[in-house]
Design a protein around this ligand. Structure first.
Ligand code: AG3
Length: 283
């Protein structure tokens, strides 16, 4: 058997590796290096500039957790803006709600969508729903033009390097605030608290969001193929509180099929380890 491995360096001294059965695709787009690999353990997976974006095996955890907590706090959400997410995973989860009327997905790199349509149909199927409108644009530029337009904004970005960097700025969070309706919620992928570079990114994101939104909280999930396996999401809003305003019975009655998220887990996900709480409160 060929001994081919994909590795992501988590620090100069730690790397995570998956044995691959082959590289299915590789392209340098105008924005980044796009690769798709196949593996026995995680199925197919997508990397951008060598960084893990999703695997077929564990993407359900990330995509459910970036979507359903906000929907269970406000099951009346009608309009959603998704930034990044060119794989279609977030759109697929949102499309499970009959009450949602419009989903705008703003992905900067058209090639990511094309590659996912070809190699990752399990997430790209999210784009098939007629309520989904794809915009190949810079997320910051798009959100600058929106005012009082969305009940939910989901930021499914890369790490804060390269094309995704602007999605971690104070200006961007301010524009998201303006784009949201009065009960609006902002959810973002919030990096990991464990390795110091990731923790730095998560602290600065939290500080900036808290400067803009009256409610700014963080919740966690276990994602095996992201650094340390311990991943965070931000829940910010103009008014609604993530656990206090949870509408569990209403959400349960919708019968949304999930494999990771449920409303009991929702309450627990906002209970953070002490060292993470301390990092968030520093500054
Ligand atoms: N969102 C990327 C999360 C960041 C992963 N970071 C890392 N592996 N260092 C991926 C898009 C999924 N829809």
């Amino acid at each position: 058997m060929d001994d081919l491995w994909y590795s992501e360096y988590y620090t100069p001294n730690v790397r995570f590796s998956i044995r691959v059965t082959g590289q299915l695709y590789r392209e340098t787009s105008s924005y980044q290096l796009i690769s798709v690999f196949d593996s026995a353990e995680f199925g197919r997976f997508l990397t951008l500039d060598g960084i893990m974006m999703l695997t077929e095996r564990d993407e359900f955890i990330y995509h459910e957790m970036i979507t359903h907590p906000a929907m269970a706090v406000n099951p009346n959400i009608r309009t959603v803006l998704v930034i990044g997410a060119g794989d279609g995973g977030v759109a697929r989860e949102l499309a499970k709600y009959r009450s949602i009327e419009r989903i705008d997905v703003v992905e900067i790199d058209e090639r990511v969508v094309a590659v996912c349509r070809e190699y990752l149909p399990g997430t790209a199927c999210g784009f098939d729903d007629p309520r989904v409108h794809l915009h190949f644009q810079d997320g910051l530029k798009f959100v600058r033009h929106a005012q009082d337009a969305y009940d939910l904004v989901i930021v499914d970005s890369t790490d804060p390097f390269g094309p995704g960097e602007v999605l971690f700025t104070r200006e961007f969070y301010g524009s998201c605030h303006r784009a949201l309706t009065e009960n609006g919620i902002l959810v973002n992928q919030h990096e990991s608290p464990f390795y110091s570079e990731d923790a730095k990114a998560m602290r600065s994101a939290h500080r900036r969001i808290a400067q803009v939104f009256p409610v700014s909280r963080v919740y966690q999930a276990h994602i095996p193929t992201y650094p340390s396996g311990h991943w965070l999401f931000g829940f910010a809003s103009k008014a609604l509180l993530p656990t206090e305003n949870l509408r569990a019975a209403e959400w349960d009655a919708l019968g949304i099929p999930t494999r990771y998220y449920n409303t009991n887990l929702h309450r627990g996900a906002f209970a953070l380890p002490t060292y993470v709480e301390e990092m968030l409160h520093e500054g």
